[in-house]
Design a protein around this ligand. Structure first.
Ligand SMILES: C[S@@+](CC[C@H](N)C(=O)[O-])C[C@H]1O[C@@H](n2cnc3c(N)ncnc32)[C@H](O)[C@@H]1O
Length: 153
């Protein structure tokens, strides 16, 4: 999605609002490092899995009802999307408790300041987070972006 090169993947990476995704686990398996930040990391893996099962059917129903609003190029159809997301969640859950102990999954709510010095990271990522919650308002987004930019080169 971000079209990251091998050189990018070797950088010191932080991902904001990373959720139950497998990017962190995949990088860790490749002996590379990413710090994921999300407020859902306050919950146990079992709780997150339970929640995922409930939300999955709602989300997939919405996707299937709105297929014309998506570009089905890399992912061919809603079934493939569902399959990919389940795989991703499964990989995340396998890695989650260990990754938390190692400090790779940090429970934190933006725009609060994270406990890192400025410019700690070479690269900051954010997917499906900014502008996803319009009700949080403009100030939330500006403050969150300021914190991201404080931390990342
Ligand atoms: C749609 S998910 C995207 C997850 C992942 N980045 C992906 O692309 O699959 C949005 C994520 O943003 C997180 N989030 C929402 N508000 C947040 C906040 N104030 N600080 C940090 N994370 C937040 C949610 O918990 C959720 O996991």
């Amino acid at each position: 999605m971000f079209n990251l090169s091998d050189t990018d993947l070797d950088k010191n990476i932080i991902s904001f609002g990373d959720g139950p995704a497998s990017f962190n686990s995949e990088l860790n398996n490749a002996n590379k490092k990413c710090i994921s930040v999300d407020l859902i990391y306050q919950f146990s893996g079992a709780k997150l899995k339970e929640r995922f099962e409930v939300v999955k059917n709602q989300v997939m129903k919405q996707v299937r009802n709105n297929t014309d609003n998506f570009t089905w190029k890399n992912i061919k159809n809603p079934d493939e999307l569902e399959h990919l997301r389940i795989n991703s969640m499964t990989n995340f859950l396998k890695d989650y408790e260990k990754g938390k102990i190692e400090g790779r999954y940090i429970n934190h709510a933006l725009p609060n300041k994270l406990n890192f010095e400025k410019q700690t990271f070479n690269l900051g990522l954010s997917s499906h987070f900014l502008l996803l919650y319009p009700n949080l308002g403009v100030d939330f987004h500006i403050q969150s972006l300021n914190e991201m930019l404080r931390l990342c080169k």
